[in-house]
Design a protein around this ligand. Structure first.
Ligand SMILES: Cc1ncc(C[n+]2csc(CCOP(=O)(O)OP(=O)(O)O)c2C)c(N)n1
Length: 381
């Protein structure tokens, strides 16, 4: 998708459909929230959450470390150490809240931006960075972490997730699956097909849409005339819009949806209403298509500062705790920087090893040709 003119990007909703309905910007009644931007705990009758101070501190630690790792990755790309980076800045709460709602045997199917979910599943950040450096294809065992490989083909992982969830039902297991995708992906045929299959087969899958307001340069108004979560009703399953910058609401709603799915009640669509604070990827310049005031307004809804405000107000964490998290974040930053810079380049012939599962004469010929070519250079091997 390319950068469109400002006029196109600012396209209005259909006649009779206010922008606020299409984007949900003025629809607080629809938004499940347990923690206000000011850091006040609020209750929601449908999504109660009992949480200990220790769990709150642990969520805060996750949010800070994930943001730090993401910031390091952006800097490493700018220094030429990574080919590309898709920042999660602003979406930490949606990812940590939903990621921490999963049980060990649940399975996540991510896009290319779910670094916070990867963190929750125990995937080492260096594995993710290896992929963006071009030295591995992910580097983690999906079946060990129950976290599938990153998927760049928009929306296709929703079908993989649905098929996996249908398999869980056939196995008689009580696990559940989360399929992550974006607001732009909601327009893809694959996503709508996944909704249909999941619904009619009652598959234990939670569709977790991070509506970060932009699909590269396309605003949500070019994807939908109604709030995205309402699409679910047309497919015959519930949809919920949650404050995607509220880690507690994301945790409670996702936990509810996963439990509902594993108990045999079928899929749920969660629309986590959030904002992509950075560029789409490091190859994009968002100032070309969106207004600075919009980004500034979302800064006031920052997911980390609201949890910090709660911890401070309720005196659930002291200065030593915040200093310890900061120190841990420094250590992580250092490990990430050193780890990336010291990653060995892979043997170029490895690319021929994964073309087919079985040996193939044509691939062997191409491999031999490449080896001879590489050796023809002085010092080549
Ligand atoms: C099938 C397909 N079409 C187009 C693209 C190019 N593309 C990469 S990211 C992107 C936008 C995705 O937006 P969204 O689903 O909202 O997710 P976000 O990147 O905002 O997290 C597009 C169109 C692609 N990768 N795959």
């Amino acid at each position: 998708m390319t950068v469109k003119s400002t006029a196109r990007a600012r396209k209005k909703a259909a006649p009779g459909v206010p922008d606020s309905l299409a984007t949900g910007k003025d629809a607080p009644a629809e938004l499940v929230q347990l923690l206000t931007p000011e850091g006040e705990r609020v209750e929601h009758p449908d999504y109660p959450l009992t949480i200990t101070p220790e769990e709150l501190r642990s969520l805060y630690r996750d949010l800070v470390l994930v943001r730090r790792f993401d910031a390091e990755a952006t800097a490493l790309q700018r220094q030429g150490e990574l080919g590309l980076w898709a920042s999660l800045l602003g979406q930490e709460a949606a990812q940590v809240g939903s990621g921490r709602a999963m049980r060990e045997n649940d399975y996540a199917f991510p896009t290319y931006r779910e670094h916070g979910v990867a963190w929750c599943r125990g995937v080492d950040p260096l594995n993710l960075l290896g992929m963006f450096r071009g030295v591995n294809h992910g580097g983690w065992d999906p079946n060990e972490k129950n976290f599938h490989l990153y998927t760049i083909v928009i929306g296709s992982q929703t079908l993989h997730a649905t098929g996996y969830a249908m398999g869980i039902t056939k196995d008689g297991a009580d696990d559940a699956v989360i399929a992550y995708f974006g607001d732009g992906a909601s327009s893809q045929g694959d996503v709508n097909e996944a909704f249909t299959f999941a619904s009619v087969y009652n598959a234990p899958v939670v569709f977790f849409c991070q509506n970060n307001q932009w699909a590269i340069s396309e605003p949500t108004t070019t994807q939908t005339r109604i709030p995205l979560y309402r699409r679910a009703s047309g497919f015959g399953f519930p949809g919920v819009r949650v404050d995607g910058n509220d880690v507690l609401a994301c945790l409670a709603v996702t936990r509810w949806a996963l439990d509902r799915a594993r108990s045999g009640s079928g899929p749920v669509l969660i629309e986590a209403f959030t904002y992509r604070m950075g560029a789409h990827t490091t190859s994009d310049d968002p100032t070309r298509y969106r207004a600075n005031e919009e980004t500034e307004a979302w800064k006031a809804k920052d997911p980390i500062s609201r949890l910090k405000a709660l911890l401070e107000r309720e005196e659930l964490a002291d200065a030593d705790f915040f200093a310890a998290v900061e120190a841990e974040s420094e250590t992580l930053g250092l490990r990430v920087r050193e780890g990336v810079r010291s990653m060995p380049d892979p043997d170029a012939t490895l690319i021929f090893d994964h073309v087919y599962a079985e040996p193939h004469a044509l691939v062997a010929e191409e491999r031999a040709e490449y080896v001879a070519y590489a050796e023809s250079f002085e010092g080549g091997e």
